[in-house]
Ligand binder design. Structure first.
Ligand code: FE2
Ligand code: FE2
Length: 225
Protein backbone atom coordinates (compact mmCIF):
# COMPACT_ATOMS: atom_id res chain seq x y z
CA UNK A 1 0.00 0.00 0.00
CA UNK A 2 2.88 2.36 0.84
CA UNK A 3 4.09 2.00 -2.77
CA UNK A 4 0.87 3.72 -3.90
CA UNK A 5 1.51 6.73 -1.69
CA UNK A 6 5.16 7.14 -2.62
CA UNK A 7 6.04 10.80 -3.05
CA UNK A 8 9.38 12.27 -3.97
CA UNK A 9 9.99 15.33 -1.78
CA UNK A 10 11.30 18.16 -3.97
CA UNK A 11 14.94 18.78 -3.11
CA UNK A 12 15.97 21.60 -5.42
CA UNK A 13 14.58 24.33 -7.67
CA UNK A 14 14.19 21.95 -10.63
CA UNK A 15 12.08 19.56 -8.49
CA UNK A 16 9.93 22.43 -7.22
CA UNK A 17 9.24 23.66 -10.75
CA UNK A 18 8.31 20.09 -11.78
CA UNK A 19 5.93 19.70 -8.84
CA UNK A 20 4.26 23.10 -9.37
CA UNK A 21 3.79 22.36 -13.09
CA UNK A 22 2.23 18.99 -12.22
CA UNK A 23 -0.08 20.46 -9.54
CA UNK A 24 -1.25 23.13 -11.98
CA UNK A 25 -2.14 20.51 -14.63
CA UNK A 26 -3.78 18.33 -11.97
CA UNK A 27 -5.96 21.28 -11.00
CA UNK A 28 -6.99 21.77 -14.64
CA UNK A 29 -7.77 18.07 -15.05
CA UNK A 30 -9.77 17.92 -11.79
CA UNK A 31 -11.76 20.99 -12.77
CA UNK A 32 -12.57 19.67 -16.22
CA UNK A 33 -13.21 15.98 -15.57
CA UNK A 34 -14.40 15.92 -11.94
CA UNK A 35 -15.37 12.25 -11.39
CA UNK A 36 -15.66 11.20 -15.03
CA UNK A 37 -12.77 8.77 -14.60
CA UNK A 38 -13.16 6.88 -17.88
CA UNK A 39 -13.08 10.09 -19.94
CA UNK A 40 -10.27 11.45 -17.79
CA UNK A 41 -8.23 8.30 -18.48
CA UNK A 42 -8.79 8.48 -22.27
CA UNK A 43 -7.79 12.13 -22.56
CA UNK A 44 -4.86 12.01 -20.12
CA UNK A 45 -3.43 8.78 -21.58
CA UNK A 46 -3.15 10.54 -24.95
CA UNK A 47 -0.83 12.99 -23.19
CA UNK A 48 0.91 10.38 -21.02
CA UNK A 49 2.17 8.53 -24.09
CA UNK A 50 4.05 11.60 -25.34
CA UNK A 51 7.04 12.13 -22.96
CA UNK A 52 8.56 8.66 -23.40
CA UNK A 53 8.54 9.01 -27.19
CA UNK A 54 9.88 12.60 -27.17
CA UNK A 55 12.58 11.82 -24.58
CA UNK A 56 13.49 8.56 -26.37
CA UNK A 57 13.83 10.40 -29.67
CA UNK A 58 15.94 13.21 -28.19
CA UNK A 59 18.30 10.77 -26.45
CA UNK A 60 18.47 8.72 -29.67
CA UNK A 61 19.53 11.80 -31.62
CA UNK A 62 22.02 12.81 -28.91
CA UNK A 63 23.49 9.31 -28.93
CA UNK A 64 24.00 9.62 -32.70
CA UNK A 65 25.43 13.13 -32.46
CA UNK A 66 27.83 12.46 -29.64
CA UNK A 67 28.50 8.85 -30.66
CA UNK A 68 27.93 7.71 -27.10
CA UNK A 69 26.00 4.89 -25.44
CA UNK A 70 22.50 5.61 -24.08
CA UNK A 71 22.86 3.11 -21.18
CA UNK A 72 19.52 1.52 -22.12
CA UNK A 73 17.47 4.69 -21.59
CA UNK A 74 15.99 4.82 -25.12
CA UNK A 75 14.46 1.34 -24.92
CA UNK A 76 13.03 2.02 -21.47
CA UNK A 77 11.45 5.29 -22.60
CA UNK A 78 10.02 3.90 -25.83
CA UNK A 79 8.55 0.97 -23.89
CA UNK A 80 6.97 3.47 -21.51
CA UNK A 81 5.38 5.31 -24.47
CA UNK A 82 4.07 2.03 -25.90
CA UNK A 83 2.68 0.98 -22.52
CA UNK A 84 0.88 4.33 -22.13
CA UNK A 85 -0.55 3.97 -25.63
CA UNK A 86 -1.95 0.57 -24.60
CA UNK A 87 -3.64 2.25 -21.62
CA UNK A 88 -5.32 4.54 -24.16
CA UNK A 89 -6.29 1.65 -26.46
CA UNK A 90 -7.86 -0.02 -23.41
CA UNK A 91 -9.77 2.94 -22.03
CA UNK A 92 -11.26 3.88 -25.35
CA UNK A 93 -13.34 0.68 -24.93
CA UNK A 94 -14.56 2.01 -21.57
CA UNK A 95 -15.32 5.62 -22.50
CA UNK A 96 -15.71 7.17 -25.91
CA UNK A 97 -14.32 10.70 -26.03
CA UNK A 98 -16.83 13.44 -26.80
CA UNK A 99 -16.31 15.81 -29.73
CA UNK A 100 -15.01 18.47 -27.30
CA UNK A 101 -12.59 15.95 -25.77
CA UNK A 102 -11.30 14.94 -29.21
CA UNK A 103 -10.66 18.60 -29.93
CA UNK A 104 -8.85 19.01 -26.59
CA UNK A 105 -6.76 15.89 -27.36
CA UNK A 106 -5.55 17.42 -30.62
CA UNK A 107 -4.71 20.81 -29.12
CA UNK A 108 -3.15 19.19 -26.03
CA UNK A 109 -0.92 16.95 -28.14
CA UNK A 110 0.41 19.87 -30.13
CA UNK A 111 1.05 22.02 -27.05
CA UNK A 112 2.48 19.17 -25.00
CA UNK A 113 4.91 17.84 -27.61
CA UNK A 114 6.40 21.30 -28.11
CA UNK A 115 6.44 22.16 -24.39
CA UNK A 116 7.88 18.82 -23.28
CA UNK A 117 10.57 18.81 -25.98
CA UNK A 118 11.60 22.35 -24.98
CA UNK A 119 11.69 21.44 -21.28
CA UNK A 120 13.70 18.33 -22.16
CA UNK A 121 16.23 20.32 -24.16
CA UNK A 122 16.56 22.97 -21.43
CA UNK A 123 16.57 20.59 -18.45
CA UNK A 124 16.47 16.84 -18.89
CA UNK A 125 16.38 16.49 -15.10
CA UNK A 126 13.25 18.65 -14.73
CA UNK A 127 11.59 16.82 -17.63
CA UNK A 128 11.98 13.40 -15.99
CA UNK A 129 10.98 14.78 -12.61
CA UNK A 130 7.78 16.15 -14.19
CA UNK A 131 6.89 12.68 -15.49
CA UNK A 132 7.73 11.22 -12.06
CA UNK A 133 5.21 13.64 -10.51
CA UNK A 134 2.64 13.10 -13.29
CA UNK A 135 2.79 9.39 -12.53
CA UNK A 136 2.36 10.00 -8.79
CA UNK A 137 -0.87 11.81 -9.71
CA UNK A 138 -1.87 9.00 -12.10
CA UNK A 139 -1.51 6.47 -9.26
CA UNK A 140 -3.74 8.68 -7.06
CA UNK A 141 -6.37 9.08 -9.81
CA UNK A 142 -6.50 5.35 -10.59
CA UNK A 143 -6.79 4.61 -6.85
CA UNK A 144 -9.79 6.96 -6.69
CA UNK A 145 -11.28 5.28 -9.78
CA UNK A 146 -10.77 1.86 -8.19
CA UNK A 147 -12.39 3.02 -4.94
CA UNK A 148 -15.50 4.13 -6.88
CA UNK A 149 -15.59 0.78 -8.72
CA UNK A 150 -15.23 -1.14 -5.46
CA UNK A 151 -17.92 0.94 -3.79
CA UNK A 152 -20.21 0.33 -6.78
CA UNK A 153 -20.73 4.06 -7.46
CA UNK A 154 -19.27 3.37 -10.89
CA UNK A 155 -20.57 0.04 -12.26
CA UNK A 156 -17.88 -2.57 -12.95
CA UNK A 157 -17.86 -4.24 -16.38
CA UNK A 158 -15.99 -7.02 -18.18
CA UNK A 159 -12.41 -6.15 -19.09
CA UNK A 160 -11.92 -5.25 -22.78
CA UNK A 161 -10.38 -8.09 -24.77
CA UNK A 162 -7.36 -5.96 -25.71
CA UNK A 163 -6.55 -5.57 -21.99
CA UNK A 164 -6.99 -9.30 -21.27
CA UNK A 165 -4.50 -10.10 -24.04
CA UNK A 166 -1.99 -7.35 -23.24
CA UNK A 167 -1.78 -7.98 -19.45
CA UNK A 168 -2.52 -11.72 -19.63
CA UNK A 169 -5.56 -11.30 -17.40
CA UNK A 170 -8.01 -14.14 -16.65
CA UNK A 171 -10.91 -14.29 -19.14
CA UNK A 172 -13.40 -13.28 -16.44
CA UNK A 173 -11.34 -10.19 -15.47
CA UNK A 174 -13.22 -6.94 -14.98
CA UNK A 175 -12.51 -3.23 -15.21
CA UNK A 176 -11.32 -3.30 -11.58
CA UNK A 177 -8.51 -5.72 -12.52
CA UNK A 178 -7.59 -3.55 -15.49
CA UNK A 179 -7.39 -0.40 -13.35
CA UNK A 180 -5.18 -2.28 -10.86
CA UNK A 181 -2.64 -3.41 -13.50
CA UNK A 182 -2.61 0.00 -15.15
CA UNK A 183 -2.00 1.62 -11.77
CA UNK A 184 0.96 -0.74 -11.28
CA UNK A 185 2.33 0.37 -14.66
CA UNK A 186 2.03 4.02 -13.62
CA UNK A 187 3.85 3.32 -10.35
CA UNK A 188 6.62 1.69 -12.41
CA UNK A 189 6.92 4.75 -14.69
CA UNK A 190 6.94 6.98 -11.62
CA UNK A 191 9.92 5.12 -10.16
CA UNK A 192 11.83 4.98 -13.46
CA UNK A 193 11.43 8.71 -14.14
CA UNK A 194 12.29 9.79 -10.59
CA UNK A 195 15.37 7.53 -10.81
CA UNK A 196 16.39 9.09 -14.15
CA UNK A 197 16.03 12.58 -12.62
CA UNK A 198 18.09 11.45 -9.58
CA UNK A 199 20.84 10.05 -11.82
CA UNK A 200 21.05 13.28 -13.83
CA UNK A 201 21.11 15.21 -10.55
CA UNK A 202 23.96 13.05 -9.24
CA UNK A 203 25.98 13.62 -12.41
CA UNK A 204 25.36 17.37 -12.19
CA UNK A 205 26.56 17.41 -8.56
CA UNK A 206 29.63 15.39 -9.57
CA UNK A 207 30.38 17.88 -12.35
CA UNK A 208 30.16 20.79 -9.87
CA UNK A 209 32.49 19.01 -7.41
CA UNK A 210 34.99 18.20 -10.18
CA UNK A 211 34.86 21.80 -11.43
CA UNK A 212 35.45 23.13 -7.90
CA UNK A 213 38.35 20.73 -7.34
CA UNK A 214 39.87 21.72 -10.67
CA UNK A 215 39.58 25.43 -9.82
CA UNK A 216 41.12 24.84 -6.38
CA UNK A 217 43.99 22.94 -7.97
CA UNK A 218 44.58 25.72 -10.52
CA UNK A 219 44.51 28.35 -7.75
CA UNK A 220 47.06 26.36 -5.72
CA UNK A 221 49.32 26.01 -8.75
CA UNK A 222 49.05 29.78 -9.41
CA UNK A 223 50.08 30.52 -5.81
CA UNK A 224 53.04 28.12 -6.08
CA UNK A 225 54.16 29.76 -9.35
FE1 FE2 B 1 -1.06 5.50 -18.36
FE1 FE2 C 1 1.64 7.07 -16.85
Amino acid sequence: MSDLKKHFEPKNFSDKIALSFTKFLRFLADTFFKKRYGHRAVVLETVAAVPGMVAGMLIHLKSLRKIEDDKGWIKTLLEEAENERMHLMTFVHIAKPTALERFIIMIAQFIFIVTYALIYIVSQRTAHRIVGYFEEEAVISYTEYLNELEAGTIPDQPAPEIAINYWNLPLHATLKDVVRVIRDDEAGHRDVNHTFANLINMNKNKEVINKNNKEKKENREEILD
